[in-house]
Design a protein around this ligand. Structure first.
Ligand code: ADP
Ligand code: ZN
Length: 309
């Protein structure tokens, strides 16, 4: 309980998505004190609305840092001239957009910046389905397929950041003549298995396909292929499968079965062989995962800077 006059600094979170920006202030899932959803229009207009939201929020509470968990690709290198930019996105108008800079300048607080999936992974690791794990992967299967995660307690960055959705999976053209929907690679993982691919292949939105439709067995097969690659490459302790397509309840058990079939008994760890239902799991933070991820990024930045001499 807070004593009168006691002061707790809040963090600001911005989930930057291709269709909406969700902004909130708080310190975790229990105390999101203000939340707003802003449609993604032009960069200028969208960023202006984000700044207005935080100016208003900071009239009542102090915000000590802001986190941005963004769609990408993004530049995450703090020493790069384009740090905080959305870079080569195909989203019209958003290529080479400085997102973190104007927000930092307008609000005068430190701004943490990372991918939406790394942010969501961080949040699930602190409050959700990966609590207590220092090595796990977070994948979202929605408009695209995105992957991020934590290895030995640190978010995966590297030369760019993981782009797991664009790995190659095998495509049996006779069983599935759909050429794939990725504008860069055609039948990469995302091109075959993200929501728009399901819709284009079957000429029906994924959410409207009946449970017994062959779409789901094929979808589980593609998802399991990518999962096998992720599991073999990274050796995560758990994989969180999020995104709109995973809202389909019957899909996860099919994915479990198909992943075990493709692994074919090679990885003899009990987490995988005996507890697959607890190894590939759905997220637990629901609709707020993205913005909580951004708040978690801000919190991490603030902790890091307070530890510096
Ligand atoms: P985004 O990736 O843009 O953040 P979502 O994660 O909500 O968005 O994913 C949107 C995709 O998920 C769409 O292609 C949509 O058809 C699909 N989708 C949404 N709800 C369901 C559902 N209940 N079952 C299967 N697919 C769904
Ligand atoms: Zn691709």
């Amino acid at each position: 309980m807070l004593l009168e006059g006691e002061f707790v600094a809040l963090f600001g979170g911005i989930e930057s998505g291709g269709t909406k920006f969700v902004c909130a202030a708080g310190t975790g899932p229990e105390d999101l004190c203000a939340r707003v959803s802003i449609p993604t229009t032009s960069p200028d207009e969208t960023i202006r609305c984000v700044i207005e939201f935080f100016r208003e929020a900071t009239r009542r509470e102090k915000i000590s840092a802001v986190g941005i968990a963004s769609f990408g690709p993004v530049d995450l290198h703090p020493d790069s001239a384009q740090f905080g930019f959305i870079t080569s996105t195909p989203k019209p108008g958003w290529r080479n957009t400085d997102l973190a800079g104007p927000i930092r300048r307008a609000l005068g607080v430190p701004v943490a910046f990372d991918t939406d999936v790394n942010g969501a992974a961080l949040a699930e690791g602190i409050w959700g389905a990966a609590r207590g794990l220092d090595n796990f992967v977070y994948l979202t299967v929605g408009t695209g397929i995105g992957g991020g995660g934590i290895i030995e307690g640190r978010m995966i960055h590297g030369a760019l950041h993981p782009e797991m959705g664009h790995m190659r999976v095998t495509h049996d053209w006779s069983a599935d003549p759909f050429p794939g929907a990725c504008p860069f690679h055609g039948d990469c993982w995302e091109g075959l298995a993200a929501g728009p691919a399901i819709e284009a292949r079957w000429r029906e939105k994924a959410e409207n396909l009946p449970s017994n439709h062959p779409a789901w067995v094929l979808e589980a097969h593609y998802l399991a292929q990518g999962l096998m690659n992720v599991i073999c490459a990274i050796s995560p302790r758990r994989v969180i499968l999020a995104g709109g397509v995973m809202q389909r309840a019957e899909l996860l058990p099919l994915v479990h079965r198909e992943t075990l079939r493709l692994l074919n008994g090679y990885l003899q760890v009990k987490e995988i062989t005996d507890r697959m239902h607890d190894y590939i799991v759905l997220p637990t933070l629901g609709d707020n995962a993205g913005v909580l991820g951004a708040i978690a990024l801000a919190q991490k930045l603030a902790e890091g800077s307070s530890q510096r001499p």
